[in-house]
Design a protein around this ligand. Structure first.
Ligand code: ZN
Length: 246
């Protein structure tokens, strides 16, 4: 059995759910985050909060949770004219992809992650990429990541396994997975502390039943719609904040 994993952990809903998934599947789990000059850098600020609250709420997971790595690759933002690294408006591009697509981003992330994993003797790389409910980014596709697994294994001359627990889950199923892994306490940590909003809206005036954000960017719309579908399907208990607001 593979027992040591590295999770690509951005501080968003998907990667926070993947971290919980890894902590319930592997004996030792480390995390890595990337600063590529993303406009929603507030996501990175939420990483230590999510990690600390997971440790507090889940002692078994805390014992498995190892080092957190941080890689600055700001050059990516200079190479790309995508909307995430800059303050451009989010819109669809001519190629049918939103201008939030950062060419090469996930390919680079996994190459860096594999290098860290090599040094730390971690055999599994876990990512929150998803083909079901996302923006059609070609570097989130199952085929891309399977090819990358082969390329990294050959290039490192050691077996590297890429696990994508959310690949075939939509956002409602992602909330459901969190509930299955850690019940209401985990859902509440992800709802309250993870950050998905592309424009980095957070704090007073930006709090919603489904978490914090502007409420109107594509990431907020996906997250809100997924939360509402999940709540309608599973009638999960209300979060304390939502109960107070009701
Ligand atoms: Zn938003």
């Amino acid at each position: 059995m593979q027992s040591r994993a590295l999770v690509l952990f951005s501080g968003g809903q998907d990667s926070a759910t993947c971290l919980a998934w890894a902590l319930s599947h592997y004996e030792h789990v480390e995390t890595v985050g990337f600063d590529y000059g993303q406009r929603h850098a507030i996501e990175l600020d939420q990483r230590p909060t999510v990690l600390a609250n997971l440790r507090d709420a889940f002692p078994d997971w805390s014992a498995r949770l190892g080092d957190d790595h941080f890689v600055p690759i700001r050059e990516l933002g200079q190479l790309s004219d995508a909307a995430l690294p800059r303050a451009a408006e989010i819109r669809m591009g001519a190629a049918g992809l939103p201008n939030t697509f950062v060419p090469g981003r996930n390919l680079l992330f996994f190459a860096y992650a594999a290098a860290i994993a090599y040094r730390r003797d971690l055999t599994v790389l876990v990512g929150g990429m998803c083909e079901t409910d996302d923006s059609g980014y070609p570097d989130c596709r199952d085929d891309t990541l399977k090819a990358l697994q082969v390329a990294l294994s050959l290039g490192m001359d050691r077996r590297v396994v890429l696990e994508m627990p959310l690949m075939w889950r939509d956002k409602a199923a992602t909330w459901q997975l969190a509930h299955e892994l850690g019940g209401t306490p985990l859902v509440e940590i992800i709802r309250r502390d993870s950050h998905s909003c592309y424009v980095g809206a957070r704090g007073a005036g930006h709090e919603h039943e489904w978490g914090s954000g502007c409420g109107s960017c594509p990431a907020c719309e996906l997250r809100a719609a997924g939360w509402q579908r999940w709540r309608a399907l599973h009638r999960a208990p209300q979060s304390p904040a939502a109960a107070r607001a009701a």
